[in-house]
Design a binder for this molecule. Sequence first.
Ligand SMILES: [Zn+2]
Length: 313
Amino acid sequence: MKRGIGIDLGGTKILGILMEEGGRILRKVDGNTGDPSSEKEVLRNLFSVIESLIEEGPVSSIGIGCAGPDDFENQVVVTSPNLPFIKNYPLKRVVEERFVIPTLVDNDVKMAALGELIFGDGKDLQPFFFITLGTGIGGALVSEGKVFRGVCNTAGEIGHTVFDWASTERCGCGKYGCLEVLASGTAIRRYVLRGLESGQPSVLQGVPPEKINARLVAEKARKGDELSREAYLKAAYWIGVAFSHLVQILNPRAIIIGGGMSEAWDLMEGKCLDVLASLTMEFPLKHLEIRRSPLGNLAGVMGACWMGMSSIK
Ligand SMILES: [Zn+2]
């Protein structure tokens, strides 16, 4: 059976798997990205993850997912917000020159959406919109067995769609009021830090700011901390607005939620569904399912591996 490598190249971590064609994961490696602005260091760490997976035996392909707009046709990563050295970067060529194994590069969320289609819940739920809620927010539409790419592979970028045009919050992409700046894990953290600064009562008062993240806030929210609950409800409101737009425009059978923040879906579900119901036509809403991804953080690497294998068939 054919074996391939799938890689998720992020700004802080590099996750790699060795997988059989049918989806059995033989090995998983967690690496650090190192200094994300140093090409040399990132490549050294990426290569070492790939090398340790190759040690297990012959590999037919490598698939790599990377954040940011990706010129899929020319296999060039245009920019990657978490890896500043990347500017029209020929990642496929660089990896192929080093390993002489056919390599395919794509946007990380598109690969995760395909992972969801092939190995997760997606197959029977098409068309579905896959959304990742985490430090950032990404999305991709899958229909008829394919990810919809648009004219230059940026379709589905819900995280950088402006929802609050009056917002003064500037997003990493340079615009104001993007969904990512309103509802991501980063937004939750910022909301709590501001509340603490302004003296709002919370069990998080006195906790060093660098220790406050969306996961800790979720833990405190579940224990009844009002400020933490508010932070999640505010994010849930904007996610509900975003879901409504997705349903109105795309009429999907499902929205599948991935990313680290999907673990806190219990804190957002009620609010999100209320907002969704109040903004959306009843008929398409009746046909919608909302699900959490069963694959967790493996969707991206499994999709990447599968895409790499499919490209050499
Ligand atoms: Zn943005």
